[in-house]
Design a protein around this ligand. Structure first.
Ligand code: ZN
Length: 348
């Protein structure tokens, strides 16, 4: 899976601290004996002191120790076990409130969990728990359960407290909830970096790498198009998605069966459908895609619709190349596009 980048190109990735190459190669520093993944925030080493390896294994057998800052031997952005244990507990019982005291009882330092949530979900742990509870409430109310019962069921001591909390999350009261839908959002890791995935009750509507620059815009667009709110939580589609993606990354899955929910213009829809027809392990150019659509002159429009795809990997926009076969534009970063194409080639 060697990434064909020159020494200079790899060094540039290190200098720029580009996280989209994390997991694709490793940098070892001769003067310190330590190796890092690209994007590490530790000090930038001089070019004459660095060596590049494709795997952590190679770096280790050559005598380098993993950096304590970026922990290159762990999957990028992996959830530490002590936090996973808390997340599992919340999933089993979304309506309990874990306070600092409860966390310490479980051997977790509250400040650690605060920092982790801030970094990976950009919210406090309290806010995450509250959204998780509200998510449960939302589902109950949309299924026709009474607001009063729901408020008490999910652990609010008063109806007004519940109303206030609900309002601050959704910008309106729970009684006005009819017609809105929920996009459940999870974060998980892959060998080439952490991803967000979102799903409505109809299907998966988002899979993106968490460092994609356009992510905020994609969230906004989805909320608007689906008249929905985005809340942390999981549903059956997201469970199926994670299982299928794990098989894909292990080289054991070539097509996806999880239902998709892809709001967009009729033209975008036609481009995305066509993308899903590009066989695993093969590529096409934008020009070929435009021709297949019966619109040979719409090459740019096809490129734009590719860029609007919010379902990375499952709608394989990474399988489209420039007219000379060059790797062009990928929201998740070029390194990842190259990795995905190499991976599929290797397993087809
Ligand atoms: Zn490091």
């Amino acid at each position: 899976m060697a990434l064909q980048l020159s020494f200079e190109e790899k060094y540039k990735v290190i200098v720029l601290r580009d996280t989209t190459y994390a997991g694709l190669f490793y940098v070892a520093v001769k003067t310190t004996g330590i190796f890092c993944r690209p994007g590490c925030t530790a000090r930038t080493p001089k070019a004459k002191n660095v060596l590049f390896y494709d795997t952590t294994h190679e770096a280790i057998i050559n005598g380098y120790r993993p950096c304590k800052v970026c922990r290159p031997q762990e999957e990028v952005g992996a959830t530490p076990a002590y936090i996973q244990q808390i997340l599992d507990e919340l999933e089993a019982n979304p309506y309990q409130r874990l306070k600092d005291w409860d966390l310490r009882q479980r051997g977790v330092e509250p400040s650690q969990i605060r920092r982790w949530f801030k970094k990976h979900h950009n919210m406090t742990f309290q806010a995450y728990q509250r959204l998780y509870r509200i998510n449960g409430a939302f589902t109950k109310i949309s299924n026709g359960e009474s607001i009063t019962h729901t408020a008490y069921d999910i652990g609010f001591e008063s109806l007004s407290g519940f109303n206030d909390s609900f309002k601050s999350t959704f910008d309106h009261a729970p009684s006005q909830e009819k017609g809105k839908s929920v996009i459940h959002l999870i974060r998980f890791t892959t060998p080439i970096g952490p991803m967000f995935a979102g799903a409505t009750s109809s299907g998966v509507c988002l899979t993106e790498f968490t460092d994609r620059p356009m992510l905020e815009t994609e969230f906004k667009d989805l909320k608007k198009r689906l008249n929905a709110v985005i809340l942390p939580g999981e549903n059956d589609h997201l469970k199926q998605l994670q299982a299928e993606l794990a098989e894909y990354f292990a080289g054991q899955r070539k097509a996806f069966t999880v239902p998709l929910h892809t709001p967009g213009s009729a033209f975008s829809q036609s481009v995305w459908t066509l993308l899903q027809g590009i066989p695993y392990g093969t590529t096409r150019t934008y020009k070929e895609q435009a021709e297949r659509l019966g619109k040979p002159k719409a090459i740019r429009a096809v490129g734009r619709a590719n860029g609007l795809n919010k379902i990375a990997i499952l709608i394989p926009c990474h399988r489209v190349l420039g007219s000379n076969g060059e790797l062009v534009g990928y929201g998740g970063g070029m390194g990842r596009k190259k990795w995905l194409l190499d991976h599929e080639k290797q397993h087809s």
